[in-house]
Write a protein that binds this ligand. Structure first.
Ligand code: UDP
Length: 374
């Protein structure tokens, strides 16, 4: 008999497994339906080019949470990578998030920060409201119509397969807007970088404990044979667990197309966004730029990965956090309250747009609760 059963080996499940095995010295079984550990943070080496890539899209580790930073540094070193994003609109490359360079380039101006602030006030004046119920209203109130149409509207349409009028304004809050020339995507966060040896190595270390047994390629359902002594910790989508008894939660998913090129450098940076509708993909990733410290960086080979939005609910990435889905998720959550020796968490189970550090933080908090109750 095992003490704990954890379903899913992403950050939420793996951090809890590590804490329970190392601190509580209890036995844990971790199962995952995929053939690998790490959930969507899984990284792999492309055999033909020798370039490490993030199989489920570029993941930049960034956090201001000292507990999370101290914790994760026990399992990896980070390189000095600072994330920067560019956006290609009508054959020209602009800086993203929207900053003074983006504004000056698009409007062909040379505004300083103060002038840009006055300019933004002018171009957003007609879009001010008391309350912003949707993504488009919120975006226009912050950046006006021209910037919105160039960089945001169509990207968002492609990404979510929905008119931004029907998306929550909260998604727009993820995007900073700057009236200076700072190009650092995560300017506000204290620490950032890419794990020196990839994310998969972190998961291997987290799960490398004699108290942890890992079973891959294993699906979980409520009739699962293994019943733990203390707790089952589930990290997958709740609707799937309960056989969609109240209906299906909506998710947005992604598909990736890899291409290998015999050149040293395709785009000069790790991510370029493609907001125009003339491209079906939303971004091109060039993963070698995440590791400029590696020798493979200098070779005449590169890997590029086109990112396409998709509706595939079997590979859930982004929750559609609208009212309908939030209510449905609440229904599932309430139903699960009657389950004993059972808990859940993480991006999929919480139906939440978490970054990696938020997931780790949530797992560490959950561990404190478990520790108290055991
Ligand atoms: N977004 C956009 N244009 C861009 C980048 C982002 O309109 O060039 C919008 C889009 O709606 C996206 C949201 O901002 O879903 C959040 O973007 P972020 O880059 O944070 O998404 P993630 O990296 O998590 O996929």
């Amino acid at each position: 008999m095992t003490d704990f059963l954890i379903i899913g080996s992403g950050f939420y499940g793996s951090v809890l497994a590590e804490r329970i095995a190392n601190v509580l010295k209890k036995k844990v079984i971790v199962i995952d339906q995929r053939s690998h550990i790490g959930g969507n943070c899984f990284t792999d080496i492309d055999k033909k080019t020798g370039i490490e890539y993030h199989v489920y899209g570029t993941h930049i580790f960034h956090t201001s949470n000292v507990k999370v930073w101290d914790y994760i540094n026990q399992f990896t070193d980070f390189n000095n990578y600072r994330h920067q994003v560019l956006s290609r609109h009508k054959r020209k490359i602009y800086q993203m998030p929207i900053n003074l360079e983006t504004i000056n380039s698009l409007f062909k101006k040379n505004l300083n920060p103060k002038e840009a602030s006055i300019f933004l006030k002018k171009i957003t004046k007609t879009f001010q409201k008391k309350d912003y119920k949707n993504f488009e209203d919120k975006a226009k109130s912050q950046i006006g119509n021209k910037l919105y149409s160039a960089f945001i509207k169509n990207y968002t349409k492609k990404q979510w397969n929905k008119d931004p009028k029907y998306l929550p304004s909260s998604i727009f809050n993820r995007l900073p807007i700057r009236l200076n020339y700072n190009e650092d995507y995560y300017e506000q966060t204290q620490w950032q970088g890419i794990p020196k040896y990839g994310y998969t190595e972190i998961f291997k270390k987290l799960l490398n404990n004699k108290n942890i047994k890992l079973i891959l390629n294993k699906k979980y359902d409520l009739n699962f044979k293994i019943k733990p002594k203390y707790l089952t910790i589930y990290t997958g989508p709740l609707d799937r667990l309960l056989n969609y008894k109240f209906g299906k939660l909506d998710w947005r998913s992604l598909k990736f197309k890899k291409k290998r090129l015999d050149i040293n450098d395709f785009q000069g940076t790790s991510v370029i966004n493609y907001p125009d509708l003339s491209y079906k993909f939303t971004r091109i990733h060039e993963p070698k730029h995440l590791h400029p410290e590696r020798s493979v960086f200098k070779t005449n080979k590169t890997l590029i990965i086109e990112e396409y939005p998709s509706n595939n609910v079997n590979e859930p990435y982004y929750p559609i956090n609208d009212k309908k889905n939030r209510e449905l998720h609440r229904k599932y959550k309430n139903y699960l309250k009657s389950f004993t020796k059972f808990t859940f968490g993480g991006r999929l189970a919480d139906y939440a747009y978490y970054d990696m550090d938020m997931t780790i933080s949530a797992a560490l908090k959950k561990f404190e609760q478990i520790k108290k109750n055991i």
